[in-house]
Design a protein around this ligand. Structure first.
Ligand SMILES: Cc1cc2nc3c(=O)[nH]c(=O)nc-3n(C[C@H](O)[C@H](O)[C@H](O)COP(=O)(O)O)c2cc1C
Length: 171
């Protein structure tokens, strides 16, 4: 069993860059970076825990590839695994659908039996609504590199520390 798989959409430029940053901050080569375009469905089951990242496109939708994978993801058996989600978005230009993609992945992975960890506070962001906001908490890490790029590095650092406390260890 491999330890941590970090799945991201490689056709999405900023998401790919953030995935690499998260891997660096994790500081462990045992965190595998897996472009979701090249992942086959069972690959998700090989890992103890998963980190998955997506941008939100098309006013609240998932980008290509993640979108197409949702039915397959729902058919997996991920019971006992922890899944942490990061999502890229733009709170200024898409205030009604800010990082909705986080919620779409959360729904699919929960359906497959995984538990979602790495929840964060919406403090510091300004938006009207987000499907990723549940009971006052975001279902993952929101990165807005479009309008708050200066906050990205610190958000990643804090989130990775949080994940390590929540049991994500590649050691
Ligand atoms: C056509 C288009 C639609 C978008 N829709 C949303 C959206 O609904 N919600 C959101 O938070 N961000 C939205 N965004 C912003 C992107 O998620 C953001 O720019 C992100 O950093 C892009 O990452 P990528 O380069 O990995 O695709 C949209 C951007 C574009 C160009």
């Amino acid at each position: 069993m491999k330890k941590i798989g970090l799945f991201y959409g490689a056709n999405t430029v900023k998401t790919a860059a953030i995935a690499k940053k998260i891997q660096e901050v994790f500081g462990d080569s045992k965190t595998d970076l897996v472009p979701v375009e090249h992942a086959w469905e069972k690959e998700f089951e090989q890992y103890d825990h998963l980190i998955v990242g997506t941008a939100t496109w098309f006013d609240g939708e998932l980008p290509t590839y993640w979108d197409e994978m949702i039915p397959e993801l729902k058919s997996l058996n991920l019971k006992g695994k922890k899944v942490a989600i990061f999502g890229l978005g733009d709170q200024v230009n898409y205030p009604d659908n800010f990082v909705d993609g986080i919620a779409l992945l959360a729904e699919a992975f929960e359906f497959a039996g995984a538990s979602i960890v790495g929840l964060t506070s919406p403090e510091g962001y300004t938006f009207a609504q987000s499907r990723a906001l549940k009971e006052g908490t975001l279902l993952g890490l929101a990165i807005d590199d479009d309008t708050q790029p200066d906050k990205t590095d610190e958000r990643i650092k804090n989130w990775v520390s949080q994940l390590k406390k929540e049991g994500f260890s590649a050691k």
